[in-house]
Design a protein around this ligand. Structure first.
Ligand SMILES: Cc1cc2nc3c(=O)[nH]c(=O)nc-3n(C[C@H](O)[C@H](O)[C@H](O)COP(=O)(O)O)c2cc1C
Ligand code: SF4
Length: 485
């Protein structure tokens, strides 16, 4: 067998097969939505980092960041969380779309990404009560939500929106979509997952309203559907509009005394209504909290969080409790027990990708890759619009099978592309997995509260200096690189 593997004939045979496979590779077939065609099936999932100015105006670093992924070969980029109103910001230094003055900046980012034949979708967002660092403009104001119940993990305070505030917010989303269109972008995504404002309305675990926006599933879905209709009214039917949904809330995953929230059956119904209301695509995620043990799935790193969580200490009434939990190592097993509880309840993976030699990486892939695919397949069975799935995906053979076997029509990737910006290009060249895959350590995620976003898994680099060079590369070129001294 060994001799067969090493013969030149076998090598030629293998190379040819690879080329043939590449020809018919579903990963590189265009994905067609009603108003948008994307050149391949891999989207950069939305990733937020504190690149921008305090007031929500954008910077060159943001443009450099998005360019990295476009250059790496993804078919489309979904931006970061882009607030439609300052009141709906997660933290300062995120570029916003809350006024017309932001249009030129987003036009510039879109034009840069388009140079690589990559589409650019703006994620229209509102934090609701999940506001990590309120910032000075929101100082002294409670966050607006579907409920007045404090967010349980950090203890963020909030107040239930009045009907007038709901109507105003619907219009903020419509205005945001209009601005994205005026900026020449390719579409918008409603961030209706991961515990943010839409999710706070959708979830039976969070929404405790008594009016037409609470109670039955139909009432809880009304806010999302109103926004979809308002956007259609504002921008017409020919602008791409997709929405991200937490297929299952797992609202009691960490704080086990909370109600569990929406089931997959609830979400299937919401997706059907959203399609009827005018949505062109659905992006499947999980969890009514961010971060959540299942999203982004992987480790919870106490070393990082103890260095960065102090930025959030003043944000909620439970942050001090959490800080003590993170800081005192004898309490870590308790936190880990709570954090990992829900992962153990998941059904086993439906399939695996090509065999991986490194046993540690193989195990990481088995545990983390494609954890939302079963939900994504259930949603796909019931809608006619394309379905994108997020969560741990980074192996070509696995992604190929997910699409071929109708689990989804395309995938979105975040950390797995932060770790390997050129992954899509390397899939194109026949590689199944990066030489140094993302380890799902979540050090990038926990750093982002205070530090520039990037891959902080030092084992993937030759030295700390090399890692820093990569993290800081987003600041080059700078805005003033060509100015005279
Ligand atoms: C640092 C970081 C920031 C993120 N920011 C957003 C965001 O702004 N909006 C969003 O919908 N998801 C956000 N996510 C979730 C990702 O888009 C993605 O759905 C999730 O990480 C799973 O994909 P992955 O396993 O490829 O990372 C973020 C994830 C990370 C790690
Ligand atoms: S720090 Fe790097 S390896 Fe760890 S999850 Fe983030 S991108 Fe992946």
């Amino acid at each position: 067998m060994l001799r067969k593997i090493l013969t030149p004939n076998f090598i030629a045979e293998k190379t040819q097969k690879t080329e043939e496979q590449m020809e018919n590779d579903i990963i590189f077939e265009p994905l067609r939505f009603r108003n948008l065609t994307v050149k391949n099936r891999i989207f950069r999932s939305s990733i937020s980092g504190r690149w921008d100015n305090y007031d929500g105006s954008g910077t060159q670093a943001r443009i450099n960041w998005e360019e990295k992924f476009a250059r790496g070969g993804v078919g489309a980029i979904i931006t970061s969380f882009v607030p439609v109103a300052i009141r709906g910001r997660i933290m300062p230094n995120y570029a916003t779309i809350d006024c017309d003055e932001r249009i030129p900046f987003w036009r510039k980012v879109g034009e840069k990404v388009h140079e690589y034949d990559c589409k650019f979708i703006l994620q229209l967002s509102h934090s609701g009560r999940q506001q990590d660092i309120a910032g000075i403009e929101n100082s002294g104001k409670k966050a607006l939500s579907s409920t007045s119940q404090t967010e349980p993990f950090h203890g963020f305070l909030c107040q239930a929106m009045t009907l007038t505030e709901i109507k105003e917010t619907i219009q903020y989303f419509a205005d945001g979509a209009r601005r994205a269109r005026e900026a020449g972008l390719d579409g918008v995504e409603l961030h209706s997952a991961n515990g943010y404002l839409f999710n706070q309305f959708l979830s039976s675990g969070i929404n405790d309203r008594q009016d037409e926006y609470g109670g039955s599933l139909e009432n809880r879905a009304r806010f999302l559907l109103d926004v979809i209709r308002a956007i259609r009214k504002e921008v017409g039917n020919d602008f791409h509009l997709q929405f991200k949904i937490s297929a299952v809330d797992y609202n009691n995953a960490v704080t086990f005394w909370e109600k569990p929230g929406n089931t997959i059956e609830d979400s299937i119904q919401v997706c059907k209504w959203a399609e009827e209301a005018g949505a062109d695509g659905v992006h499947v995620s999980t969890g009514s909290l961010f971060p959540h043990p299942l999203n982004p799935i992987g480790d919870f790193n106490f070393d990082v969080i103890t260095k960065t969580y102090d930025a959030m200490l003043s944000s909620g009434i439970e942050t001090t409790r959490n800080y003590i939990l993170f800081r005192k190592s004898f309490l870590h097993p308790i936190f880990n027990l709570l954090w990992n509880r829900v992962k153990k309840q998941l059904p086993p993976q439906a399939f695996s990708g090509d065999d991986v030699k490194d046993p540690k990486i193989k195990q990481l892939l088995i545990e983390n890759q494609g954890r939302n695919l079963l939900d994504s397949r259930e949603i796909k069975k019931h809608v006619n619009i394309p379905v994108l799935c997020t969560g741990g995906l980074q192996q070509a053979s696995y992604i190929r099978q997910a699409i071929n076997d109708q689990y989804c029509d395309g995938v979105t990737m975040a950390r797995t592309l932060i770790a390997n910006n050129y992954l899509v290009k390397s899939f194109r060249e026949g590689k199944d997995l990066a030489d140094k895959p993302c380890t799902y350590c979540n050090k990038c995620l926990l750093n982002v509260i205070e530090n520039p976003l990037g891959c902080y898994e030092q084992d993937r680099f030759n030295s700390y200096e090399e890692m820093m060079e990569e993290v800081m590369s987003v600041f080059h070129p700078t805005q003033f690189a060509n100015s005279s001294k």
